[in-house]
Design a protein around this ligand. Structure first.
Ligand code: CUA
Length: 170
């Protein structure tokens, strides 16, 4: 093999090796920057709770929707097999309906009483894991009137597909 041939192989190999190292490094840097410098984190993770004492632990001792300021609402929800509890803990209604006026800012505060659930609101970016022992929290503004279906999107058992509710924006 000629010397110049060998050199061009080295250059060719290097042209592949460099990006194969540089791209993962750039991705790790991007993740680190977004998490630590820009504060962008996985939605929801907010605090911890004893999952065996959900009924006694505020704010989950009073689940439901309440107004906390002008155009500001708090929706405290407990996930359990297979429903969202957003009223009194003994409320057996299967389909939860929450109603807010348009332009409202709603903070969802959710935990699970039993197994892993998921909370996703249709046509929004809200998508959280609902993990026993963890409090998930997210705030969103609803400017467009309509019915926003929210569903459990983590398979949680035979009644998983019954776990849905509606946020009505009037
Ligand atoms: Cu709860 Cu699926």
């Amino acid at each position: 093999m000629q010397r110049s041939d060998r050199l061009s192989i080295y250059i060719y190999e290097f042209a592949w090796i460099l990006p194969s190292i540089a791209i993962p490094v750039a991705m790790i840097v991007a993740i680190a920057l977004s998490a630590f410098a820009m504060g962008i984190n996985v939605q929801g993770v907010y605090g911890r709770i004893d999952p065996t004492r959900v009924n006694e632990t505020p704010p989950f001792d009073r689940p439901g929707l309440r107004q906390v300021g002008p155009n500001r609402y708090e929706a405290v929800i407990v996930a359990e097999v297979w429903r969202w509890v957003a009223a009194t803990p003994d409320d057996k209604a299967r389909r939860v309906e929450l109603t807010v006026p348009r332009g409202s800012e709603v903070t969802f505060i959710i935990t699970s009483r039993d197994v892993l659930h998921g909370f996703k609101i249709q046509n929004t970016t809200i998508n959280m894991m609902i993990i026993p022992g963890q409090i998930a929290r997210v705030t969103a503004r609803f400017d467009i009137p309509g019915d926003y279906l929210f569903v459990c999107h983590e398979y949680c058992g035979t009644g998983h597909h019954f776990m849905y509710g509606v946020l009505r924006v009037e």
